[in-house]
Design a protein around this ligand. Structure first.
Ligand SMILES: *Cc1c(COP(=O)(O)O)cnc(C)c1O
Length: 355
């Protein structure tokens, strides 16, 4: 979370803008919360340049929830294609099997998820109801630098992207997307809120078994108020959206400014790792994630010492995911360049004193 957002929320915690209530005490149908929600929706539409024919939904259930909610709403019980690129797309494909035929169109498992399968090699189904990609594999540290043009690959299926871990870190080419979903907790706000952005024509095809609260058409028709939405999450994400809108880098603002900053942050860290013989990142440079940088100490017996020293230097949460091991620096939007500088200077000093 950006510190400015936390400060603002703290200052409004007991009394939101003279209403006499905390946001947590408001009715979700009252005018105060209505204003918060409407503003948040308008701001994320502006930030991500979401066209008018897409609905913005504030839901619950997280990324894993969407792994079931998407096939219940889009698959019509037929076939959906999955491009396997790492841990999260594997989970999505497995979950979807309960609702449809979940075809694996391509997989980079043979490369241990270190490079993206070239779109020209994808075996897309003839009549897939959708094609699923995880556009930033958080655990593996691999990111699509551009979205595939499915039409050019001979598919007329809508593209579904899980952008949980890089939403608002870069722009989205909506011409190539049918639906995007993301848990808020990486780049937008606290856990508990899920952002879904879905094209008009994809609503209204849900399976009978789909719970009403997870039926995109019902949620859209009720402006995310079919049931009580995660009000605190929407409020906090709304403050983050306003913070994002205020960010500038030279002439750039909002997400374009963040993207510039994220490129600089990632470059600083990858360049250092690549020039060091003490640390290594195994991901193909053409698809390295700007948000999640997994790296290994060449001598892994020093891992505990590295982490202990990092903690002492105020550098937290660097232990890699247990399925990958090593280290992982998650440098989301709220992490300033100075934070990455501090990490690199710690890594340099650790190398100097242990090499
Ligand atoms: C973190 C993350 C999720 C999270 O799912 P939850 O159900 O919210 O825990 C899903 N997809 C990706 C790519 C993620 O990084």
């Amino acid at each position: 979370m950006p510190e400015a957002v936390l400060q603002r929320a703290a200052s409004e915690m007991l009394d939101w803008q003279g209403s006499g209530m905390s946001v947590m005490e408001m009715s979700h149908r009252g005018k105060e919360f209505g204003a918060i929600c409407t503003q948040a929706e308008a701001d994320i539409r502006t930030l991500l340049a979401v066209p008018e024919h897409f609905h913005i939904l504030f839901m619950q259930g997280g990324g894993l929830g969407e792994n079931a909610i998407v096939p219940m709403n889009l698959s019509r019980g037929t076939t959906a294609d999955f491009v396997i690129t790492g841990s999260w797309s594997i989970k999505s494909q497995k979950e979807a099997q309960r609702y449809c035929t979940a075809n694996i169109a391509a997989s980079n498992a043979g490369d241990h998820h270190t490079r993206l399968p070239d779109p020209s090699t994808w075996q897309l189904s003839k009549d897939a109801s959708y094609v699923h990609l995880c556009t930033n594999e958080t655990i593996n540290g691999i990111e699509f630098q551009q979205l595939p043009d499915l039409a050019a690959l001979g598919s007329n299926a809508p593209l579904v992207i899980d952008f949980s871990s890089h939403v608002a870190s870069r722009s989205v080419d909506w011409r190539r997307v049918g639906l995007a979903f993301g848990g808020a907790q990486k780049n937008l706000g606290p856990a508990g809120l899920t952002l879904v952005i879905v094209r008009d024509d994809l609503l209204g095809h849900a399976l009978e078994i789909c719970p009403s609260a997870f039926n995109y058409k019902i949620v859209a028709d009720n402006k995310s108020m079919y049931n009580t939405p995660p009000t605190w999450g929407i409020y906090m994400a709304g403050l983050t959206f306003q913070w994002l809108l205020r960010q500038t880098e030279g002439a750039l603002t909002g997400v374009a400014a963040m993207e510039q900053r994220n490129i600089a942050k990632a470059k600083l860290l990858y360049d250092f790792i690549d020039t060091s013989s003490f640390y290594v990142n195994k991901i193909d440079p053409g698809c390295r994630s700007r948000m999640n940088v997994p790296f290994f100490l060449v001598d892994e017996s020093r891992n505990d010492a590295f982490l202990a020293g990092a903690r002492e230097a105020g550098l937290l949460q660097l232990k890699g995911h247990k399925s990958v091991g090593g280290m992982r620096a998650s440098i989301y939007n709220a992490m300033p360049l100075e934070g990455v500088r501090a990490l690199v200077s710690y890594m340099r000093e650790f190398e100097r004193s242990h090499a």
